[in-house]
Structures are given as C-alpha cells and as structure tokens.
Design a protein. Sequence first.
Length: 94
Amino acid sequence: MTITAALVLYSFIWFMTFYIVLQVRTKTQAESGEGVVPGTPPGAPAKEDVGRSARIATLIGTLIWLAVVGIILSGWITLRDLDIFNRLDIHNLN
C-alpha cells in the first residue's frame, strides 16, 4: 500500500465516520423545547458541536483505519479474494 492509498483510505473512512457521528446524540429544535427558529425546519439541530463530533470521528476512524490497513498489509484479504467475477484476470497468475 502506497502512502497516497493510505491517505485516501483514511480520508474516506474518516468522512464516513464523521457523517455517522454527526447524527448521534443530536437534539432537534422541536425536542429541545426552546422553540423553532423562524425559517428552519423543526428537525434542524438545536445545537451542534462539530468540533466534538470531529474528535470522536478521528478517534473511531483511526481505529477502523488501523484495522483495515492491518488486514490489507497482512495479506489476509487479497485482490484475488475480492475479484468474485474474474474481471481482473488475476486468477491465472502464479
């Protein structure tokens, strides 16, 4: 795995984790009881701490990334295992 591939993989995992973390423990304006701000839907977040969500996503994303990189570098799952339709023509290689 090249450094570029590792960075792209980390970015992908981090953003996917971040989008999931943003939805966890979010209280809507209707649930907060403080009233809905005019011009916004009742399901809009009342208060969102994006920095906290980013820190949690970084922690969880890094752990997931380490597990995925470990699996890739160990050879436990190879490209041959993922080519279930034989499109890459790697099954004939020795």
